[in-house]
Ligand binder design. Sequence first.
Ligand code: GLU
Length: 468
Amino acid sequence: MCGIVGYVGPRDCADVLVSALTKLEYRGYDSAGIAVFENGKIEVAKTKGRLADLTEKMEKEGKPQGHAGIGHTRWATHGEPSDINSHPHSGRRVTIVHNGIIENYKQLKQFLIENDRTEFLSDTDTEVVAQLLDFYYEGDPIRCIRRTLHELRGSFALGIVFADRPETVYAVRCESPLIVGQGQDEVFIASDVPAIIKYTKEYYLLEQGEIAILKNGSVDFCTLHGRKLKKELLFADWDEDSAEKGGYPHYMLKEIHEQPTAVKTTVTPRIEDGLPDLSECGIIFGTLRNLKNIFIVACGTAMHAGMVGKYVIEKLARVPVTVDIASEFRYRDPLLTHDDLIIIISQSGETADSKAVLSLAKSRGAKTLAIVNVKGSSIAREADMVIYTHAGPEIAVASTKAYMVQLAVMYLFAFETALDKGKLEEKECRRLTAALLKMPDVIEKTIDKVMDMCQYVSWICASMFPPS
Ligand code: GLU
């Protein structure tokens, strides 16, 4: 998912932020923005699109001039990619960039509205955090961050600036990664090492529950209760290319290791009180009750996720499921009725054959559900219901994490359908849902075991066939 950066030092802040974000482009993004202290005031520049679009906008409308600020490339999860939804987001005195998902943002928004905080401009979960920080801010940033974090559920890394704390950047994280780079009289925050490696190879790993305060070219760390921390300075012995892959030799291995987080971020927000809740995807109780047939249509890897889905849905919900390859489906003149559901699975949400199937299904009056990874993509926009997978961008051609989250969604969907159709007792559904919630841990342990085994095998090979 997206990238966060921050800078405090003598260089032109906007230039550093954009250049650091460029190094995080490999993570994928749909919009970009920065906030910089200019003469003691926070100036924001942001836009939907590429970093080149942001640079062009700043050339036309003026680039914020200053030496401290935060920047962001967004991979939309809440609200479509648009100028307004782009980060940074602000409350009255607080501006933030955010990587991740706030699971309870709806409840928090409700709480803020009830407390007369109604100025929401965007559809993002992030803006709720900015407003909440602002709500709790009484002049003590650490206290305000602590109170806010106490309320947040989900995974997040935040870069924060307070209007009355000029030239200072605060950073904090929960689950989503964040590092702090230490250069000569300058400091950085970033989601990943490649962003800063051009400037410094020395960095700190920010741990959960720690706050970094960047000021005057150096960084202080403290706990959420303000107790000072001494942290170990690490050295990134990587060149720029390997740094982009997070130190892994290739993207596929990196993405294999990202599977537990991807599954967790996809599943956890869709569980309410121990049961699946797909209401934010447009699937409310009753929607699936009268389904007669389900057609899962997809291409390649996504179709294989659908084939597993067929087993689970048929077994639990007792509805006939047909799996079709999207390129063939429309040529077999399928029989579709109003009581049928077409599920389109597509990582990108732009797969041409799958798009054609969606149009056909709609023209025949069938209900449509998209399972896609890219927010605001064509398939997501056109389908009646959408379940977003939150795998983040997948760069390796051989799919790993995107496939894994598609499987997780197939299970969630099967549970919800079975429950809705009265084919699954609530107690049994709770048991299955709890098992699904354990998946990230199980995947992590499995990956560790496989990696150990690979090392062992390569050790055996090296001993059997020593280089001559
Ligand atoms: N959930 C936030 C949004 O949709 C942040 C997404 C990200 O990590 O880029 O704006």
